[in-house]
Design a protein around this ligand. Structure first.
Ligand code: PMP
Length: 435
């Protein structure tokens, strides 16, 4: 490595990072290898991405074969066989009414695409006044301008406040420690917070609101699980006022909640689903926006001057990414991954909650194979203790993540019980010696 590397890491304090860099050179199955020769158990499935494990042979083979057959082809006015096939497979997997697929390259692009589809849908139906968008406090919807604006994570927003989209409101988040600490699965408290949406509909008149975007389980802000009945109530209010409901399932799709989509697990069907990450097991960048036929049809039958949806990316439906996606979906089916994830959930829940009496722990929460252990901030400084715990675990040979003072877990969907135990015991050791 050079003295002064050119590489600028995303979402990382770069000056501190380069003092003791953490560099991965290889991965196989459930482990990484660093440039120092250290083997690490990946307790985060990449970055919520790689639920099947690293270098899955079926996905590797599909990519190798596709790249020598069709490496790229024009994506506007022309398409490729693999993208067509993958869209059909996704439509089969999605809730019955959702059967149209628009490809992107990332979660952020999926979100901004979904917001644009929502605006275009209303315009096509002669309701062009519906331009307001609603997100949630502590929601994360990527880093592009649309997603950042509907997102509610303060550190991501504060530098750019002047550049936010106009006409965006946020529902309050539903995470109230005094009411729901150490709840397992969905908290019982907090359903009434869905009425925030009703209040906004009265304030702005619901006929001006285009869409509400929600992560069924918030991931990046530290695994916030929706209260019982909350998503159902949001759906009801959206229906009442003709507002589109977007589920941002960039994390929660493809087995993370023990089903193909969290929509299925919660039995609430949105109008649009955004995905990425697990679509290709994280191996190649690809996202998809899944849309109800009704929304698609409205755009196909809009007024003459509208050209359906004038939007897309050079790499939308990239054939090599699509081949990786097809192999990933096949592997999920062949290995019964979603059912396996569901079976692991109670084991993961029990192990995670065994950390309850460790020093500094003020909350533990979980849903599917997503978990959060929240620590009290050290001397009122948010994130210092969380980051120290992350570093300690890394030194011990386990990769987790900290969002502020919440330690987050996203184990492989095909983890062994022993691996889950190793992750939790590593965290326990770190907590017991943490200042
Ligand atoms: N939405 C959600 C819910 C996410 O969790 C993420 C990424 N963690 C994104 C959007 C953005 O995805 P990407 O980083 O691929 O742009």
């Amino acid at each position: 490595m050079t003295e002064n590397p050119a590489f600028w890491l995303p979402f990382t304090a770069n000056r501190a990072f380069w003092k003791s860099p953490r560099v991965i050179t290889q991965a196989k199955g459930h482990h990484y290898l660093t440039d120092q020769g250290q083997e690490l158990l990946d307790g985060f499935s990449g970055l919520w991405t790689t639920g099947l494990g690293h270098c899955h042979p079926k996905i590797v083979a599909a990519i190798q074969s596709q790249v020598s057959e069709l490496d790229f082809c024009m994506s506007f006015q022309v398409t490729n066989n693999k993208a067509i096939e993958l869209a059909d497979r996704l439509a089969e997997l999605a809730p019955a009414s959702i059967n149209r697929v628009f490809f992107t390259n990332s979660g952020s692009e999926s979100v901004d695409t979904a917001l644009k589809i929502a605006l275009a849908y209303h315009r096509a139906r002669g309701e062009g006044q519906r331009t307001r968008l609603i997100g949630r406090e502590r929601g994360y919807h990527g880093v592009n301008f649309g997603g950042m604006s509907v997102g509610g994570m303060m550190p991501n927003r504060k530098t750019f406040s002047a550049a936010m989209l106009p006409g965006v409101d946020h529902l309050r988040h539903t995470h109230e420690l005094s009411q729901m600490a150490f709840s397992q699965g969905q908290p019982e408290w907090g359903l009434e917070l869905a009425e925030d949406l009703e209040r906004l509909c009265r304030l702005h008149d619901g006929s001006n609101i285009a869409a509400v975007i929600i992560e069924p389980v918030s991931g990046s802000s530290g695994v916030l699980v929706p209260p019982q009945g909350y998503l159902q109530r949001i759906r009801e209010i959206c229906d009442q006022y003709g507002i589109l409901l977007i589920f941002d399932e960039v994390i929660t799709a493809f087995g993370r909640t023990g089903a193909a989509f969290a929509a299925e697990r919660f039995a609430v069907t949105p109008d649009i689903i955004t995905t990425a990450k697990g679509l290709t097991n994280g191996v190649l960048p690809m996202g998809a926006v899944l849309v109800k036929d009704e929304v698609y049809q409205a755009l196909m039958h809009g007024p003459e001057e509208m050209i359906e949806l004038f939007h897309g990316y050079t790499y939308s439906g990239h054939p090599v990414c699509a081949a990786a996606g097809l192999a990933t979906l096949e592997a999920y089916a062949e290995e019964h991954t979603f059912a396996q994830s569901r079976q692991l959930e109670p084991i993961f829940e029990r192990l995670l909650h065994s950390l309850r009496d460790c020093p500094h722990v003020i909350d533990i929460r979980n849903f599917g194979l997503m978990g959060g252990v929240e620590l009290a901030p050290r001397d009122g400084k948010v994130g210092v203790r969380g980051f120290a715990a992350f570093l300690d675990c890394f030194k011990q040979g386990v990769v987790i993540r900290n969002s502020g003072d919440t330690l987050s877990f996203s184990p492989f969907l095909n983890s062994t019980e022993t691996e889950l135990e190793q992750i939790v015991e590593t965290v326990r050791t770190a907590l017991l010696r943490l200042a």
